[in-house]
Design a binder for this molecule. Sequence first.
Ligand code: 13P
Length: 287
Amino acid sequence: MLVNARDMLQKAREGKYAVGQFNINNLEWTKAILLTAQEQNSPVILGVSEGAGKYMTGFKTVASMVAAMIDELGITVPVALHLDHGTYEGCYKCIEAGFSSIMFDGSHYPIEENVEKTKELVKVCAEKGLSIEAEVGSIGGEEDGVVGMGECADPDECKAIADLGVDMLAAGIGNIHGKYPENWPGLSFETLEAVKEKVGNMPLVLHGGTGIPADMIKKAISLGVAKINVNTECQLAFADATRKYIEAGKDLQGKGFDPRKLLAPGTEAIKETVKEKMELFGSVGKA
Ligand code: 13P
């Protein structure tokens, strides 16, 4: 069932668990995540970056594929189709294309401009029944081989954005996309507590879910995190399983190369990763 993310996140916030956002890149990933959510009776959010949207030929293709897959696979758990780190223009394209949720990442704008643009998009989403995520304080990550540390959000700026009526807020608390470096100091729970103090019951979003130790994940959930994004871990699991399959020489079929067989081990590996995360986040059985 394609829904916006509002209710599932409110329930998660109240029930002290988090809904996983798993990013999709193609048909196999989408199918693996949807089937696992159904098996685990868990709500789920499918994340689509602008790059992944482009790769899949455009947001309309993605929205049509997801809607058809939910129907043909008989998926009854709540599924939100969410734009990940959207630009202002990208948000409008996804609203048009039939997404049920968007993230407007205005964290690189001056706070006044972030507020203005977020406010406008909150209004459009409310009219059309979509949920919306905003970001304050940039999330670190690797760029040109250099890993930038995550910036910590200013709690007052978080309140200014939360008060605009967004459904979920990504606040930087030292989290980073991709693998965490050896010298990573860990999540700043001090920042998280200060943000929670200001924004009350607003569901908070933790980006960079790959490689955060389980105890930190649990503590973050206890402090108001209701959505956790995972991408890199699925990519690594997919790549590793595919590499092993090729190294074992199994892709050489008698009748020639079979893409369905080649992609099957990676797809299974994604299912395993998603299942583990849903267990860790506590969303199993919460559909
Ligand atoms: P990872 O790639 O570190 O799992 O982060 C995913 C994410 O936050 C997508 O927005």
